[in-house]
Ligand binder design. Sequence first.
Ligand code: NI
Length: 199
Amino acid sequence: MLRNRQALIPYLLLVAALAGGVLWHESEKVPGLGRVVSTGRADIGGPFQLTDQSGKRVTDKDFRGRYMLIYFGYSFCPDVCPTTLAVMAQALEKVGDRSRRVAPILITIDPERDTPKVLEDYVKAFGPTFVGLTGNAAEIKEVEKKYRVYAVKKPLEGGNYGMDHSSVIYLMGPDGKLVSFYDEAISPDDLAKELKQRL
Ligand code: NI
């Protein structure tokens, strides 16, 4: 993610939307709140059809029975994406054997440059179980929308570009539904603790 003040505004809005959704969900469990005004959980996530780093077409259903730890980013990201993916890798290592129940997944927000081959080289740096998913522009837009991801291309000097993007780690359950989400700033220890509680 490229940090600048403008980029922070939609990011904060996203965090507020995510937090609002989850708080709303949590409130159902709070006794004494009175009438239950809603059922169901925050509407984040849903079906997707993408291509993995080996070129194979995959859907969300291929991960049923396992947790998905999903991060939206891109391989050309100079800072936040690799740092966050490394946190995921370290957390899974700390979880130990039970981490086999978790599929760590990078979904690219930059499908133009993140071909399966590029993702193959990139994700293996984080561990053998990491999955890199890409797709055509429409497929990526659709999955971004479902996960309320903010991602916008920003031209850089020299004709290149970076991506401004939200940076959230999503934990989806074995049923494919949202369990929780974490800020990019979470430590490997805290993420490991979160995962251990839920696996
Ligand atoms: Ni990034």
